[in-house]
Design a protein around this ligand. Structure first.
Ligand SMILES: Cc1cc2nc3c(=O)[nH]c(=O)nc-3n(C[C@H](O)[C@H](O)[C@H](O)COP(=O)(O)OP(=O)(O)OC[C@H]3O[C@@H](n4cnc5c(N)ncnc54)[C@H](O)[C@@H]3O)c2cc1C
Length: 294
């Protein structure tokens, strides 16, 4: 019946080793972290696993550590802990801005960063900021561990690079001194809403030119994307309003929005340009570079 929780065997490992050993043996399973995506998917019958492996009790996967130049966030770190982290607010403002607009306080107190990434929704809100920071994720199995660049992690809706026996354990986020970053999200209302489109940007200026510029968007393609053609146009150019206007328009070349219940493809395309423009100006201000008339 619709909305009825199906039956499954329930496992609750207490360590990462116990969890990886377990999923190596199990044939048909789903991992449960905060459950804010998975429990709905089980109820509507999107997945019908024989086994559910609840990893939420693995304490070693919840942390935020600043190692100087790199911040490590454990996959089971709750979204609300990220919002409240002085480290994230201080060094990864685009991530803080994205996460504070996700769901409600209740959802953020249950949902994890690893769950948001592994669910691989095209509208995943942690994806754009992590893409502009060029984060990597760590995947662990009984065979060992490996790092995957976030820009290569998403394969399509609900599909990632993770192998069936791998658990995502950590997000590794480098930050660049002197760069400004920002996230702007547009939904159908101001709060508690999924993205119609969200844009994260990073800008670093040297001698009045874009030394580094990165742009990432969600909800406008089958997976979150970097707007590489706009970035290529902007990199090395003089930082002025005309260049930002022209560069922002190029984001449409890397997106392929569709019309759905939240917005039309045309509206998403137009808003991608507007949000990119405004996020770039915000990033530039944060990098200490205000543009005349701004
Ligand atoms: C009311 C509501 C509002 C929401 N609003 C937003 C929003 O504004 N923006 C947004 O982006 N999302 C939103 N979400 C979606 C959801 O809350 C987030 O995606 C959340 O971060 C998911 O994390 P979780 O720990 O609950 O994942 P779970 O539901 O536990 O898992 C999600 C998926 O990832 C897999 N998984 C989880 N952790 C791991 C891991 N460590 N290794 C391997 N696989 C793993 C699971 O098997 C499952 O397939 C909302 C959800 C609800 C119910």
């Amino acid at each position: 019946m619709f909305y009825r929780m199906p039956e499954f065997n329930y496992f609750r490992p207490r360590s990462l080793k116990e969890a990886t050993d377990l999923i190596t043996r199990l044939e048909d399973f789903k991992i449960l972290a905060g459950g804010t995506d998975l429990l709905i998917d089980l109820r509507i019958g999107r997945y019908r696993p024989k086994n559910v492996v609840d990893i939420s009790g693995i304490k070693e996967l919840s942390y935020i550590v600043d190692e100087g130049g790199i911040i490590r966030i454990g996959a089971l770190t709750k979204l609300q802990d990220i919002v409240e982290s002085p480290v994230v607010r201080g060094k990864l403002l685009a991530l803080a801005e994205a996460v504070e607009q996700m769901g409600s306080w209740q959802v953020r107190c249950m949902g994890t960063v690893g769950g948001n990434l592994c669910n691989a929704s095209p509208a995943a809100d942690t994806a754009p900021p992590l893409m502009v920071y060029e984060a990597r994720v760590k995947a662990v199995s009984t065979r060992g561990e490996r790092e995957i660049p976030i820009t290569k992690f998403f394969k399509g809706p609900r599909e990632t690079e993770l192998m069936r026996d791998e658990i995502l354990t950590e997000v590794i986020i480098p930050y660049i001194d002197g760069a400004g970053t920002a996230t702007l999200k547009l939904g159908r209302r101001n709060a508690f809403t999924l993205s119609v489109v969200a844009v994260s940007t990073l800008a670093k200026v040297s001698n009045g030119r874009f030394e580094d510029v990165r742009i990432a968007l969600n909800a406008v393609a089958p997976r979150p994307v970097r707007a590489v053609r706009a970035e290529e146009f902007l990199r090395g150019r003089e930082v002025c309003m005309e260049v930002i206007d022209e560069g922002s328009k190029l984001v449409v070349k890397d997106i392929s929005p569709v019309s759905d219940v939240r917005a039309t493809a045309e509206y998403r395309r137009d808003m991608s340009v507007v949000l990119t423009h405004d996020a770039l100006l915000k990033s530039l201000r944060r990098a200490g570079f205000a543009i005349g008339g701004e």
